[in-house]
Ligand binder design. Structure first.
Ligand code: G1P
Length: 277
């Protein structure tokens, strides 16, 4: 099977970000900055590095700042034109110029699987990437996590790919956890996956982090997936259906990941990027 190019990246961005209240009362959590750049912009830059230029963002109420960020800002640009501040805007200006952004709203928060299904209207019938922007990844100047995954997808075009990392066993209840058979260096054929298992029920400590390559069959499967953990429609459960057909690979990526959905991870990421700046 000839791989289809991954052209689009879906960003589920409808969550309330309650762990960051009150900061996220009026500001989307995806807009919280690590240094001077919003989390979501890091995700978009990672997608661009993987040769993706079409960003599909699933938003919700109170998220308009996201649309404004990925747009021209004529007044502001006029103000800083010709000043030393201009260079600060060049990154975002290039992104806005080179990429297409489209949005749809998730009206009810019914889980990550449901958010991804909401994005179907923006993705259509083709394989696509998913980035959860609060999992912030870095691999210095080497291939980004998503670029590594696209390369694997090209070798296995009938499969979904999930990124995994080893986590302490007592933290399996924060992640989707996989079990599988090692088929190549760092690559597992997944035969089981469980959303946020208690450590005693976790088959391994291989946790899914917020990077996925999904094949379009996933949409119909999500439609048939019953609410699972937390009474939400879980992408992990939908992927399990495909895993049982031998169509899910888990890839232990090269690089570092920060859980910027937690204050602790957010601070660690800030310190890491500050030290590099
Ligand atoms: C989601 C997924 C989970 C995955 C995690 C990665 O959970 O449901 O399987 O391990 O993202 O960050 P969330 O963190 O949104 O609760």
């Amino acid at each position: 099977m000839q791989p289809k190019k991954i052209r689009k990246c879906l960003f589920p961005a409808a969550g309330y970000g309650t762990r960051f209240l009150p900061a996220t009362k009026a500001i989307p959590k995806e807009m919280l900055p690590i240094l001077t750049k919003p989390l979501l912009q890091y995700g978009v830059e990672e997608a661009i590095k993987a040769n993706i230029d079409t960003m599909a963002i699933v938003t919700g109420r109170g998220k308009r700042a996201i649309e404004d960020h990925f747009d021209r800002s004529y007044e502001l640009e006029d103000q800083i034109n010709g000043t030393s501040k201009e260079s600060l805007m060049s990154g975002i200006r290039n992104i806005v110029q080179d990429c297409t952004f489209s949005y749809t709203r998730q009206v009810q928060m019914k889980g990550l699987g449901h958010a991804i299904l909401t994005g179907q209207t923006l993705i259509g019938d083709e394989p696509f990437a998913v980035i959860l922007a609060d999992d912030l990844c870095d691999n210095n100047n080497k291939d980004t996590v998503l670029t590594q995954m696209v390369k694997i997808y090209e070798q296995h075009p009938d499969c979904c790919i999930v990124a995994i990392e080893e986590v302490p066993k007592n933290e399996t209840n924060k992640y989707g956890v996989i079990d599988g058979k090692l088929i190549e260096d760092n690559l597992y054929h997944v035969n089981n996956m469980i959303e946020k298992p208690d450590p005693k029920d976790a088959p391994t400590n291989l946790a899914i982090i917020g990077r996925y390559i999904l094949i379009p069959e996933i949409f119909d499967i999500i439609k048939d997936t019953k609410p699972g953990k937390g009474s939400e429609i879980q992408i992990t459960d939908a992927l399990l259906t495909l895993a049982k057909q031998g169509k899910v690979l888990a890839y232990k990526f090269d690089g570092i990941r920060f859980d910027c959905g937690s204050v602790d991870g957010f601070v660690k990421a800030t310190n890491y990027f500050y030290a590099k700046s």
